[in-house]
Design a protein around this ligand. Structure first.
Ligand SMILES: *Cc1c(COP(=O)(O)O)cnc(C)c1O
Length: 366
């Protein structure tokens, strides 16, 4: 049996008829960009998150780029972000001319809230809270800091659709929350898609204008905008997926509870759940000081894993201009050497998970 890290087709097969009916209906409707499906998806997703406004966009990176743009964060400004986050988070900041300021991760692989204040300067304008791998950052501490220092709070919920902190949905804490619906995400589309949610009507209106060439009324361009529209096919398919999201997240949780209970190997460190945070388990990320040996052991058994992420942004070529060097963020760099994402996907069978667990428990570094 060959086991892949992710098998996207399984989630499709679970509700195949609904997706196919929706796709046909959109194709036959004769309307393909920013229409009724987009409007309904925005309303349904806003209501699911518990946010007053949702604006559909083309992808998650655009959501981040436009978030900092609408908040007026640009050249000369600094934004605090976790050093181990996905590189798109950093790009959403730096494309606007602002500087990403990195902070080490905590034991839950999210930004260490206790180290944020040491990174704040006169130029700091915002904190980007990235809820990595499905689990919330410490939103209580982060909110205290943004209020005390009057900073904007942007949430990156690309990996945490439906997750909560202290019973409250992620995406409702910040000024703006950004979402990606890339096919591998918990709420995955069948192509590229993204969105923002916000409590501010004026911010929501700015996104509506910016996403469509800076115009609300066709050919009346108020600002230099972008093309970042959500198409009707993705919006319709996302509505189907959203109607099953809680069940799909529940299934992932069940799989991860089993991993937590049954993986027993001193060479493997299991992920920790933050008190107060209900994770949606975007990834199940273990750590091992013997990662390459572990990968080889699993590959020999046709079990495939993925590293999220092998090169932290501060050591990537794209961000060499920031002048960081190896050793600047030792915890982040240690994690980059040790993390490994196990096979995890909706529709994973008991036999598949048995095989993975057995292989992990049989591993011994030599
Ligand atoms: C996927 C992802 C993004 C980028 O989303 P795209 O839709 O691929 O542009 C941003 N942030 C995080 C945390 C992500 O996982």
């Amino acid at each position: 049996m060959e086991i892949f890290q992710n098998v996207m087709a399984r989630a499709y097969q679970m509700h195949q008829q609904e997706y196919e009916d929706k796709a046909l209906a959109v194709l036959r409707s004769g309307w393909y960009i920013l229409g009724e499906e987009d409007k309904r998806f925005e309303a349904e997703f806003a209501s699911y998150i518990g946010a007053p406004h949702c604006v559909g966009l083309a992808n998650g990176l655009d959501a981040l780029i436009l978030a900092f743009r609408t908040l007026g964060v640009g050249t000369g400004d600094e934004v605090i972000v976790c050093a181990n986050a996905y590189v798109a988070c950093t790009m959403g900041i730096s494309i606007n001319g602002a500087t990403p300021v990195f902070v080490e991760p905590d034991a839950y692989l999210n930004i260490d809230a206790d180290q944020i204040e040491a990174a704040i300067t006169d130029r700091t304008k915002a904190i980007l809270a990235v809820h990595l791998f499905g689990q919330a950052c410490d939103m209580q501490k982060i909110l205290e800091i943004t209020q005390r220092h009057r900073l904007y709070l942007v949430e990156d919920c690309a990996q945490s659709h439906g997750a909560t902190f202290d019973g409250r949905k992620l995406g409702t804490f910040g000024d703006i929350a950004c979402y990606s619906f890339y096919p591998t995400k918990n709420l995955g589309a069948f192509g590229d898609a993204g969105a923002i949610t916000t409590a501010s009507e004026s911010l929501a209106n700015q996104f509506r204008v910016l996403r469509n060439y800076g115009s609300e009324k066709r050919y009346h361009n108020q600002v230099v905008g972008v093309n970042s529209r959500l198409d009707e096919l993705q919006a319709g398919l996302l509505r189907v997926r959203l109607s099953h999201l809680d069940a799909l997240n529940g299934e992932r949780e069940g799989l991860c509870m089993r991993y937590l209970a049954e993986i027993q190997n001193p060479a493997i460190t299991l992920p920790q759940v933050r008190p107060g945070a209900k994770s949606v388990w975007h990834q199940f990320v273990i750590q091992s000081a013997h990662r390459q040996a572990l990968i080889d052991h699993l590959e020999a058994r046709k079990i495939h894993t993925i590293i999220h992420y092998p090169i932290p942004p501060h050591l990537s070529e794209a961000y060499r201009y920031l002048g960081h060097r190896e050793g600047d963020f030792p915890l982040c760099e240690l994690q980059a050497r040790q993390v490994l994402s196990l096979p995890l996907y909706n529709g994973m069978t008991r036999a598949e998970q048995d095989t993975v667990i057995r292989a992990l428990n049989e591993f011994s570094p030599s």
